[in-house]
Design a protein around this ligand. Structure first.
Ligand code: TYM
Length: 332
């Protein structure tokens, strides 16, 4: 039995990329493991967010995770700010991680863009907090999409440097669990960009609460090229939009890419998009319906998160207290 930790930012609404790249795997890994799943509201604060929206979206995304199959009776589901161990350990890691390491993070470079001087310092030290999230539980398995792999390498560097600097074997090595077929779902508007909550165009992503009309419209308008679907996987090379749509189909239908192409080769994107729409709808409809229902009872969501936070703190507090002893903090 492994201890699993993963997190999602409660800004915006989780989308198909989050589901296929991460959440689906969280649900599967609940079986036979100890799952700890976190709505990372401290991370959400690194870019200004309206407080009322943050509260509402934390609840909606909690409802969504439950609708996707996270079972709060079995797994621990909570919001990050409710467990203070994360922020306590993150400070220690701010003092362990090197400036140069963070300066090399591609996600920081992408998010900060040309505006480096104006972004929050929280955005810069974001990966230290991520390392703290995982290591506060001594979790070893972390199911994520491909975009998080550099952050997880950094978390291992931090753990190693902490152990080395203090002469201890305290923090374990983290193993990323990345599902190759769906590790990087791309934007529907641009096959070179990942599907993202922060993309200004809602047409670029399928939200897990979208209704049938929205899904049909977004897939109909999804960018493609003029060629028909190829007869082999090699034929998808240099066709990022085609590659993305066929990959989404393959993952949802639980088929290898080659089999999807066997069924659809030579067809134009019109008929293929119709089949894809049906498939996406069949997966999202039950999730969206369950979310709407669960979301109505905010009292119950808050109780679930409170209970999750208590269980999370019971694991993380002693570990972080030990880390504080190791670095020399007095605990009178
Ligand atoms: P976030 O909120 O951006 O995304 C949540 C999860 O979804 C995955 N993901 C994708 N997978 C495939 N295709 C995509 N287009 C796509 N977009 C997102 C992400 O890889 C992620 O697994 N920093 C993290 C949250 C976090 C965390 C952690 C994760 C905070 N602490 C500790 C793991 C462990 C983030 O912003 O995820």
């Amino acid at each position: 039995m492994a201890r699993i930790f993963s997190g999602i930012q409660p800004t915006g609404i989780a989308h198909l990329g989050n589901y296929l790249g991460a959440i689906r795997n969280w649900v599967a890994l609940q079986e036979g493991n100890e799952g700890i799943y976190c709505l990372v509201d401290l991370h959400a604060l690194t870019v200004w967010v309206d407080p009322a929206a943050l509260r509402a979206q934390t609840r909606t995304n909690a409802a969504l995770l439950i609708a996707c199959g996270i079972d709060p009776a079995r797994s621990i589901l909570f919001n990050q700010s409710a467990v203070h161990a994360h922020a306590r350990l993150a400070w220690i890691f701010n003092c362990v991680a090197r400036f140069g390491w963070l300066n090399r993070m591609t996600q920081f470079k992408d998010k900060a863009g040309k505006d480096r001087e104006a972004v929050s310092t929280g955005l810069f030290v974001y990966p230290n907090l991520m390392a703290a999230d995982i290591l506060a539980y001594h979790a070893t398995e972390v199911p994520v999409g491909d975009d998080q792999s550099q952050h997880l390498e950094l978390a291992n560097d931090i753990a190693q440097k902490f152990n080395h600097d203090y002469g201890v074997e305290f923090f374990p090595t983290i193993t990323p669990r990345i599902m190759s077929a769906s590790a990087r779902i791309m934007s529907l508007r641009d096959g070179s960009k990942k599907m993202s909550k922060s993309d200004p165009s809602d047409q670029s992503r399928i939200n897990l609460t979208d209704n049938a009309d929205a899904i049909a419209q977004k897939i109909r308008r999804a960018k493609t090229d003029a060629e028909p679907l190829p007869d082999s996987v090699e034929g998808l090379a240099h066709r990022p939009e085609a590659q993305n749509l066929v990959s989404i189909y393959a993952v949802l239908a639980n088929q290898p890419l080659a089999e999807v192409l066997r069924t659809h080769e030579g067809k134009g994107f019109g008929p293929f998009k119709e089949s894809l729409t049906e498939l996406v709808e069949s997966v999202i409809r039950p999730i969206a319906e369950a979310t709407r229902q669960i979301e109505q009872d905010t009292g119950e969501i808050d109780r679930i998160l409170r209970n999750g936070a208590d269980r999370a703190a019971a694991i993380a507090d002693p570990i972080v207290t030990e880390a504080e002893k190791i670095v020399g903090f007095l605990q009178p």
